[in-house]
Design a protein around this ligand. Structure first.
Ligand SMILES: CC(C)[C@H](C(=O)O)[C@@H](O)C(=O)O
Ligand code: SF4
Length: 476
């Protein structure tokens, strides 16, 4: 019997079903589990209390990232410089005890491989195409850029995966977001996903797993694909993924955890078979013309509040939906913006280049290319670059990018989540504005009262130079 054409998501799902239940849910095998310090302490504690072990410590990798300071962590003798925040220090200490106790590899704060968990997974070849990947973190969809089914889970699910290497799940609906055509100059993967967020809105992906397709997606580098997938959660989707291809295989090959020799060939053959079949149908299809995408920026407090950098701040009345009008009013008030104001006239005081969305080597190259021979404006008080991992940092230094950033007036930091969210000392002061390459512009996200504008690395760099949100295409 000829099998029904299936999508990438359906193929990965089917390959991981351990048991189908009568109620339609499935017990799904989990191939990779990433663990960070914030959402794992109670899960390990629960295992300890019930006398359970971790079922597959070899498929589990622990990396602290959220709470680590991005300034020096050890003194000259290698001793830890104490972390002032009590909860952060406790969470980090718990991970450092739990990982070895349960036989899990910990990439610690002093290891060169340490970084943001969503940067480290792909970089180490721990995240693979076709794999089911979970982490107690909403941006786990990031790994979908490699063609993995990757999604965030809560702490009780973290415990379940640690104990059983499985999860009981309901299958999601499928959505294709197809971006066809060529991206224009100055338009990056971040602009693509910001634009998609504007089209889908923050809840448009709810109940779906999104497959990003089309020539503009295929043409992206792996770093760019990880950026796009990273923000699937910002459209409310369960996960986002992109079909693995030769670019993906070249990226994965030779990485520490990647399959080797005969296993590699077998793996590639399987990965190749995963692309959605011709004739496979999605529950919803959204088509976007790449020519419509320009450097984009958020003006409000939801990632869906996206406009072209050339636009003006919208007015609440511009929205048909009364609840959106109300949200827009609140957003404008929080953001200190006036309807009709040109975005390129909005002054900024802070610039953050980093986060699991945009802290890979290509992101740093894009920002450095803009900053080379330029300096930040005097009104930009704080500008930092936070590489996604120690290896990204090392690579950037080998290319001299750190020198470009330093000469431009940026600080060059240790890897971690940093100012993406105010869980560590890197915060944007109340009432101040930040051009940020992160993924969330929620109220208080970068610190109480902080005003976040989500942008691409090139736009962040151009904005630092201009002292205002800036169009990288017309930077003087
Ligand atoms: C702290 C963590 C649980 C959280 C998440 O789930 O995403 C964080 O990474 C974020 O980006 O808001
Ligand atoms: S960098 Fe930001 S979005 Fe990514 S995991 Fe850390 S806090 Fe979450």
């Amino acid at each position: 019997m000829a099998s029904r054409p299936r999508t990438l998501y359906e193929k990965i799902w089917d390959a991981h079903v351990v048991e189908r239940r009568d109620d339609g849910t499935c017990l799904i095998y989990i191939d990779r589990h990433l663990v960070h310090e914030v959402t794992s302490p109670q899960a390990f504690e629960a295992l300890r209390l019930t006398g359970r072990k971790v079922r597959r410590p070899d498929l589990t990798l622990a990396v602290p990232d959220h709470n680590l300071p991005t300034t020096a962590r050890r003194d000259a003798t290698g001793k830890r410089i104490p972390i002032a925040d009590v909860e952060s220090a406790q969470q980090l200490a718990a991970l450092e005890v739990n990982a070895p106790e349960f036989g899990i590899r910990l990439i610690g704060d002093a290891d060169v491989e340490q970084g943001i968990v969503h940067v480290v997974g792909p970089e180490q070849g721990f995240s693979l195409p076709g794999a089911t990947i979970v982490c107690g973190d909403s941006h786990t969809a990031c790994h979908g850029g490699l063609g993995a089914l990757a999604f965030g889970i809560g702490t009780s699910e973290v415990e379940h995966v640690l104990a059983t290497q499985t999860l009981l799940l309901a299958q999601a609906k499928t959505m294709e977001v197809r971006v066809e055509g060529q991206l224009g100059p100055g338009v990056s993967a971040k602009d693509v996903v910001l634009h998609i967020g504007g089209v889908l809105r923050a809840s448009g992906g709810s109940g779906y797993v999104i497959e990003y397709t089309g020539s503009a997606i295929r043409d992206l580098s792996i770093e760019g694909r990880l950026t796009v997938s990273n923000m699937a959660i910002e459209h409310g989707a369960r996960a986002g993924l992109i079909a693995p291809d030769d670019k993906t295989f070249a990226y994965v090959k030779g990485r520490p955890y990647a399959p080797k020799s005969a296993d590699w060939d077998k793996a590639v053959a399987w990965w190749r078979s995963l692309a959605s079949d011709p004739g496979a149908t999605y529950d919803k299809v959204v088509v976007i013309d790449a020519a419509d995408i320009v450097p984009s920026v958020t003006w409000g407090t939801s990632p869906e509040d996206v406009v072209p950098i050339t636009a003006t701040v919208p007015a609440p009345e511009d929205f048909a939906d009364p609840s959106k009008q109300d949200a827009a009013r609140k957003s404008l008030d929080y953001m200190g913006l006036t309807a009709g104001q040109k975005l390129t006239e909005v002054e900024i005081q802070n610039v953050f280049i980093g986060s699991c969305t945009n802290s890979r080597i290509e992101d740093l190259r894009a920002a450095a290319a803009v900053l080379k021979g330029r300096t930040k404006a005097a009104n930009v008080k704080w500008a930092i670059v936070v590489p996604g991992s120690g290896l990204v940092k090392q690579q950037a230094e080998a290319e001299g990018l750190d020198q470009i950033f330093l000469a431009a007036g940026f600080e060059w930091r240790e890897p971690g989540c940093s100012a993406c969210l105010g869980m560590n000392p890197d915060k944007v002061p109340p009432g101040e504005r930040c051009a940020s390459t992160s993924n969330r512009n929620f109220v208080g996200r970068q610190g109480p009262g902080a005003r976040t504008h989500l942008v691409s690395p090139a736009t962040a760099a151009a904005s630092a130079v201009a002292g205002k949100l800036a169009d990288v295409r017309t930077l003087a």
